[in-house]
Every structure is written in C-alpha cells, then in structure tokens.
Design a binder for this molecule. Structure first.
Ligand SMILES: Nc1nc2c(ncn2[C@@H]2O[C@H](COP(=O)(O)OP(=O)(O)OP(=O)(O)O)[C@@H](O)[C@H]2O)c(=O)[nH]1
Length: 394
C-alpha cells in the first residue's frame, strides 16, 4: 500500500529515515512521501534520507530550535500553533495517490509524544484517507517522566488515529548494548516488520503472479477503515517468523525440480508452523493473540515455496486461536529470496499487560509528581516567609 510517512520527534524521524532506506532496498515501493517534523534543529539535521524540503521545524518561537525537553504538553502546544507549517509540507504530497497516512513517534519524549496526536486529529479532519499511528513505547528503565508521557500520549493518540500500531522498546532491548547501537538495531527490526507488511499490499513483481496476493484493502480492512474522524479501531501488534529455504537459483538440486514435484506437504506444514511461531513468539507489542478482533496472515518468500494451502491452514489456525471470523490471508511473493516468512497482524488486541503496567506506573508517577510539587511549593513558601517582619524591595 502507498503511504505518506510522517516522523514526529527524534525517534519518529529516525524510524522514517530507516523506512526510506528499506523502501529503496526492496523492489516494491510503499513510501509515496516522507516528512519529518521536530522542534529540535539538530535532530532534523541528523537525518539521512528524508528530503531537506520535507523537514519541518516547529515551535521556533517558543523553544528556538532546541526541542521541548520531554514536555509533551508543550509538544502538543507548539504543534497546534505551527500546524500550518506541517500542512505546507503535506500540501506537496499527491494525497490522491496514497492509501493512508502513517504518523511515527516515540511516545516517551515531548515533541512526538505531544505532537503526533495533534497532527492525527488535524489530518483526520481534512482527509478521508485513514490516518494510522506507529507509536514506540519507552523502556521501563527510562524513568517516570517517560512512562507518564507515554501513558498520556497513548490514551490520546489511540483515539485520534484509525489504528495505533505499537512497538515496545522494552520488549526488544538487549542487555549490554549501548543506547545508540541498540536503537539502530531496534529500528531495523521495526522497519523489517512494518515494511514487509506495507510492501505486501503493494506487490509489483512483474510476471510472478502469486496465488492470492495481499491487497492494500485487506490491510486497511484489518487495521480499520478511515471514516474521516479517527475514532479508534484500537491497537495492533505484529509478529514475524522466517526460515531459510533453498531458492530456485540455488544450484543443481532445484534446477531438476519441476512444478509437479513441488512438495505441497512440506510447504503447507512450514507455513502453518511459521504462522504459529509468529503469533506466539515476540510481537512488536506483547499481547494475548486470543484478544484480537481481526487478523491478517501474510506468507512471504520465493513463490516456488508458497502455496495457497499453507496460508489457508495458517489462517484457519489463527481463526481458532482468536475466535475471530475476520482473519484474512494472502501472499507476498519475493522471487530470488532464500527465506520463507509469515507476518501476522493482530488488530484490536485488548489483553496487553504492558499497557496496564505502563498506566499503573504512570498513575503513580503522576501522583508522586503532584505531591512533590505541592511539597516544594510549601517548602519554598516557608523558606521565604519571615512572618511579616521583613518588607520586600518592591
Ligand atoms: N525505537 C526507538 N526508540 C527511540 C529512538 N530514539 C528515542 N526513542 C524512544 O523515544 C522516546 C522519545 O524520544 P525522542 O523521540 O528523542 O523525543 P522527541 O519526540 O524528539 O521529544 P523531545 O526530545 O523531548 O523534544 C524515548 O523515550 C525512547 O523510548 C530510536 O531511534 N528508536
């Protein structure tokens, strides 16, 4: 499917940058346009792929290009004030050629966390195309303010978008990695999963006609349709699993194999177990698959290793697992690749322990912050209080 990507804040911009690198490395282009919005000049300068003219600096009057310092209320305010600047960049996109907007943001900071929901509301008011969000949750070790920001942003963002796709940094961090290299690796993981899904809905592999290619409308129907007012179709998470196979260009063995020798049973069993692995393994946002409302299974890999029966079995398994009748399935053929994979999109998940935990910690952080503020005010008052015996200068 064709997307207009908008990266909000530092994390959002870096992930969109990575999407652009991925999009040009594969031969199915799903990025129609990419914009980066930030209140920090240096973050915009650090991007490699987003075109210069599509980098929008907001909040200059308030923060002079220095960012909002993890204050997401300020992030929302400066976005509101400078929405015309962002609209100016969006006006250059041929919106009639896109299937959806995707706003990408880290939810723990200030600019993306506060600004992304404001932009989602704005876009949903103006355009009929669906507006999706890709929200990144902070690690649990980042501290109270990031958790509080993320919980408040999540609560707001989810109602302003047609679906909120979520990636949890906490579930994907590895011990012993520096923050910088950790994010680079995580960003590649993000882009591989979401990129494969969006590219699947944009198949253009010439004469390789798959048995049942996934269409962008199937992704949109799974995520939730744009009805012009956002209106929350809930939260989505993605699973992915793959296995190396021998591709047709891999030498003698395969060159002797004819169409009729295609091992239907192996391909079917492989795909069924990949769908299970993908659903029950590490999701972008860990969640109980049984709580999903809708789902989509996409089989990827060399067309000679994909069969309709495999997708159908995987789809049926997911139907049983979720108890949902709205599980779609299809192929994304990748000629010449040596991996067969299964992407599982679970939409409308409600059993998400990480969100419950995030909200709980955020409520505690909010209470602590209020108490500390109140105490600090009292302490300050008593610090300067002289019992009325000293006059102020003016
Ligand atoms: N996956 C991923 N997460 C990131 C990356 N950079 C930051 N984050 C996460 O995103 C959160 C928000 O950080 P930023 O995107 O830097 O914040 P911002 O939106 O630019 O806002 P301010 O810096 O406060 O103006 C952090 O708490 C991290 O959890 C990144 O490159 N990849």
């Amino acid at each position: 499917m064709k997307l207009a990507l908008i990266g909000f804040g530092q994390a959002g911009g870096k992930i969109v940058d990575e999407f652009l690198a991925y999009d040009s490395a594969i031969d199915t282009s799903f990025v129609e346009a990419a914009i980066a919005v930030n209140s920090a000049t240096t973050d915009l300068q650090g991007l490699d792929h987003v075109p210069q003219k599509n980098r929008v600096l907001i909040g200059q009057a308030r923060v002079k290009g220095h960012g909002v310092g993890a204050d997401n209320e300020l992030g929302a305010e400066v976005t509101e004030a400078d929405i015309d600047e962002i609209q100016g960049a969006i006006d250059r996109i041929p919106v009639h050629e896109i299937d959806a907007f995707l706003i990408v943001a880290g939810m723990g900071g200030g600019t993306g966390s506060g600004g992304a929901p404001v932009l989602a509301r704005h876009l949903n008011r103006i355009y009929t195309e669906p507006v999706y969000g890709l929200g990144v949750l902070p690690g649990t070790d980042e501290g109270g303010i990031y958790t509080l920001n993320a919980a408040r942003s999540f609560k707001t963002f989810v109602h302003e978008v047609d679906n909120l796709l979520v990636f949890d940094n906490d579930a994907w961090r590895s011990a012993g990695e520096s923050v910088g290299s950790g994010y680079d690796r995580i960003n590649r993981e993000i882009v591989e999963r979401f990129g494969l899904l969006f590219a699947a809905g944009e198949v253009g592999h010439g004469d390789h006609v798959a048995e049942s290619v996934v269409d962008s409308s199937e992704i949109i129907n799974t995520l939730g349709n744009g009805n012009g007012n956002g209106n929350g179709n809930g939260v989505s998470t993605i699973g992915y699993a793959s296995e190396t196979v021998e591709s047709e260009s891999d030498g003698l063995l395969s060159s002797f194999r004819s169409e009729t020798e295609f091992d239907e049973g192996t391909a079917t069993n492989r795909m069924t177990s990949l769908v299970r692995k993908s659903t029950l393994g590490r999701l972008t946002l860990p969640a109980d698959a049984a709580s999903a409302d809708r789902g989509l299974v996409v089989a990827t890999g060399p067309p000679e290793h994909l069969n309709r029966k495999g997708v159908e079995r995987g789809r049926q398994w997911l139907e049983d697992e979720t108890g949902s009748m709205e599980i779609r399935g299809g192929d994304y053929p990748l000629p010449g690749e040596d991996e067969v994979g299964a992407i599982v999109l679970l939409s409308g998940v409600t059993d998400v322990p990480r969100i419950d935990q995030l909200q709980q910690v955020a409520i505690e952080a909010q209470e602590t912050t209020e108490n500390v503020r109140a105490r600090a005010q009292d302490d300050f008052a008593s610090l300067v209080d002289t019992g009325g015996e000293l006059d102020a200068l003016f």
